[in-house]
Design a protein around this ligand. Sequence first.
Ligand SMILES: Nc1ncnc2c1ncn2[C@@H]1O[C@H](COP(=O)(O)OP(=O)(O)O)[C@@H](O)[C@H]1O
Ligand SMILES: [Mg+2]
Length: 269
Amino acid sequence: MGEAIVFTSGKGGVGKTTTIANIGAGLSRLDKKVIMLDTDMGLRNLDVVMGMEDQIRYHLLDLLENRCRLKQALIRDKRFPNLYMIPAALRCEKISDYETKLYTLVSELKQEFDYVLIDCPAGIDDGFHFAVSAADRAVVVTTPHISAVRDAARVLYLLEGMNLSRVDLLINSYHARMVRKRDMLSDRDVEDILGMKSVGVIPLDDKVIVSQNQGVPVIAFRSKAARAFMQAAEAIDRPFVFPVDLDNEESFDTDNSILLKRGGCGYEA
Ligand SMILES: Nc1ncnc2c1ncn2[C@@H]1O[C@H](COP(=O)(O)OP(=O)(O)O)[C@@H](O)[C@H]1O
Ligand SMILES: [Mg+2]
């Protein structure tokens, strides 16, 4: 029986779709059978990031409304072993009406796949609840930007009440030089603010953009981001590691924290 993992963030543009594409490819390289579902109706772009837009015949809504069979909606990635995708529809009137159907579909997919990775729309309204409703686990993606971290805190707070077996944090677009100059939150700062360890820190890397323009996940190329995504895929595939102890003062040892200077994030996660 596989597991369904939703990739969510609150804030848009932090790298959820990029992360799904690369973690999906990374997990497939670990011999896992993986399917990626794009639930970002209206703004679908997982197919573009994966270079699969020309292969779309049916989409997720067609499948949920029984206009096609599962096999017809699945697109197989020929470059990675056992990696598949179902694209999002370009519009969907009332997404919350489809929650039960999505749950049933994901349950069926878990019989066949080791991982069902769900790309969640930005925000915390109906699209968020739709995507999370079918998931067993979540990966919260954030960048070290203060607004993204604040939204991640809000999302973590909401996920607490949503009956998931595991929630991981992934930090994307990390700019080491800015961190060294103390112009950006460090990974440790982000972890301390959110009260949990991350499963991976992905550097800001031009190769991510170059590879996306070619429709290939960056993990296929030699690059810092590729190595970091592969390590994150391995961590996501490993059993759960307990988060830092919030009562332990040492876990808040952040003398260079920009956030502490600003007086905190504003959400109790
Ligand atoms: N680690 C990274 N380094 C450089 N650019 C990145 C990185 N991660 C994401 N991007 C770029 O940021 C933009 C937004 O990423 P995307 O995955 O579409 O975010 P989301 O799905 O959260 O809206 C894209 O143009 C992508 O190429
Ligand atoms: Mg996206």
